[in-house]
Design a protein around this ligand. Structure first.
Ligand code: CAA
Ligand code: NAD
Length: 287
């Protein structure tokens, strides 16, 4: 198995908000990146957003023009899981759905080389259960980035029941190679950050649903009253209301406490396709 400094090829699956940022980070750290998405349009959007993000950083003098173009050149879009066979590390960032993720892990286990580490960027789903879909549970781990990955300084690492010490140490060092601070969580629903964050977002929806205040006042209250960079409803739109709802359902089902039950207003927005900023409409609308 490659050590953190030997990780040369990284597969990223899911080229949405998170996968594109993760691909950018890995390419900027010098890795060859193989980026896969079921939707070809998502791949085109990801390449455009990574290129403009890196060029903005170069224009501001955060990296040289040559380093910027080299990083962009290290990203190759691919169209089949088989194209990831030689990756040293695969980071999955597809939809937050356990069955869909498990089906992907079964496939990845079959096609990748025996030494490949399989990581999931899941926000809440059990790493132990994802690992159980493979014949290499010691090499499966949670590597939870934060949105937007190039800016947020944290990676939360989650060890499944069988994750080996060697894989944990490699992924921790690799996260540090990406310039991130690491925290480690046991494998419980929502891990550390979403266990605490999502009930706050849900409560903001309840406050809006029950007419406590306007969305603007709820957000301004939390921004200026608690010094958060975004209010909770704006943050929910930024994360994706579908992601917030999926995480709350995992917390509710896994921890069995009604305090995690998703607010009906959040459910209704998702049912209506109001998924947040990425779709142009959520709690707020984005022109
Ligand atoms: N790549 C690289 N750099 C980027 C970038 C990108 N994609 N987007 C922005 N930047 C840079 C900008 O160039 C700018 O750099 P300089 O300071 O050098 O000029 C810097 O980042 C700040 O950018 P902006 O001025 O545009 O943005 P801002 O100051 O309004 O901050 C924000 C934007 C960082 C998103 C801030 O609003 C924030 O921190 N919001 C909260 C985000 C948060 O809580 N994320 C976690 C969500 S929970 C989660 O992710 C887990 C889960 O499982 C759901
Ligand atoms: P997104 O909707 O922006 O992107 C998901 C991408 O995955 C889409 O482009 C979709 O086409 C692709 N996809 C779906 N199923 C696929 C499959 N079987 N094979 C290949 N591609 C597939 O979602 P996102 O916000 O980037 O979230 C992705 C993952 O990251 C989720 O597990 C989410 O919980 C987690 N996450 C999200 C955030 C956030 O703030 N949005 C933060 C941390 C972690």
């Amino acid at each position: 198995m490659a050590t953190a400094s030997e990780i040369a090829a990284v597969g990223v699956i899911g080229a949405g908000q998170m996968g594109s940022g993760i691909a950018q980070l890995a390419a900027a750290a010098g890795c060859a990146v193989l980026l896969l998405d079921a939707d070809p349009a998502a791949l085109s959007r990801a390449v455009a957003s990574i290129s403009s993000s890196l060029r903005r950083l170069a224009a501001k003098g955060h990296l040289s023009q040559a380093a910027c173009e080299d990083s962009i050149g290290r990203i190759r879009c691919v169209s089949a899981v088989q194209d990831l066979r030689d990756a040293d590390l695969v980071i999955e960032a597809i939809v937050e759905n356990e069955d869909v993720k498990k089906r992907l892990f079964v496939e990845l286990d079959k096609i990748t080389k025996p030494s490949t580490i399989l990581a999931s960027n899941t926000s809440s789903i059990s790493i132990t259960r994802l690992a159980s879909a493979t014949k290499r549970p010691a090499q499966v781990i949670g590597m939870h980035f934060f949105n937007p990955p190039p800016i947020m300084k944290l990676i939360e690492i989650i060890r499944g029941a069988d994750t080996s010490d060697e894989v944990f140490a490699t992924v921790k060092s690799f996260s540090e190679r990406l310039g991130k601070t690491v925290i480690c969580s046991h494998d419980y629903p929502g891990f550390i950050v979403n266990r605490v964050l999502m009930p706050m977002i849900n409560e903001a929806f309840w406050a809006l649903y029950t007419g406590v205040a306007t969305k603007e006042d709820i957000d301004t209250g939390m921004k200026l009253g608690t010094n958060h960079p975004m209010g909770p409803l704006q943050l929910a739109d930024f994360i994706g209301l579908d992601v917030c709802l999926s995480v709350l359902r995992v917390l509710h089902n896994g921890l069995g406490d009604n305090k995690y039950s998703p607010c009906p207003l959040l459910v209704q927005y998702v049912d209506a396709g109001r998924l947040g900023k990425k779709r142009g409409l959520g709690v707020y609308s984005y022109g």
